[in-house]
Design a protein around this ligand. Structure first.
Ligand SMILES: [Fe+2]
Ligand SMILES: [Fe+2]
Length: 146
């Protein structure tokens, strides 16, 4: 490994990426669940938004796992608490909550990677962060401004 990171920095980054990965796994299961559970409800475009967003989260979970392995860690496989059920509005609010949490967390982790001197991980997290902002925006738009 050509990274000039201390053992301590490497461990910190692996832990952060695993925290992010657990949340991505939560989002995948939650959004896919909303995609099937929303069947029969009124809005095909919103169901498609759940499906499409879940696929983005799969890419994020995979990118995080690849980086964790590269850094010598073991990727987590356990998601956090998934929110299920309710009408489309309830689902969208739950999903927006996950995205807001993700944005907050990725901002913190981008900053931490900059401080620890891991530019590659920081750039990866910045790219994911910008996609999470897009997701939050899409869920907000679907909810309408109220
Ligand atoms: Fe994500
Ligand atoms: Fe997202």
């Amino acid at each position: 490994m050509s990274l000039k990171l201390s053992e301590e920095a490497r461990k910190k980054i692996i832990d952060m990426l695993n925290e992010d990965r657990a949340q991505e796994l939560t989002a995948i299961i939650q959004y896919m669940g909303h995609h099937y559970e929303g069947e029969g409800l009124e809005s095909p475009p919103i169901l498609e938004l759940f499906r499409k967003t879940a696929m983005d989260e799969m890419r994020h979970a995979e990118d995080l796992a690849e980086r964790i392995v590269y850094l010598g860690g073991v990727p987590v496989y356990k998601p956090g608490q998934v929110q299920r059920g309710g009408d489309l509005r309830t689902m969208l609010k739950a999903d927006l909550g996950l995205e807001d949490g993700a944005i907050e967390r990725y901002r913190g982790h981008v900053k931490a990677c900059a401080e620890l001197g891991d530019t590659t991980t920081r750039l990866m997290l910045e790219k994911i962060l910008s996609e999470e902002e897009g997701h939050a925006d899409a869920f907000e738009t679907a909810l309408g401004r109220d």
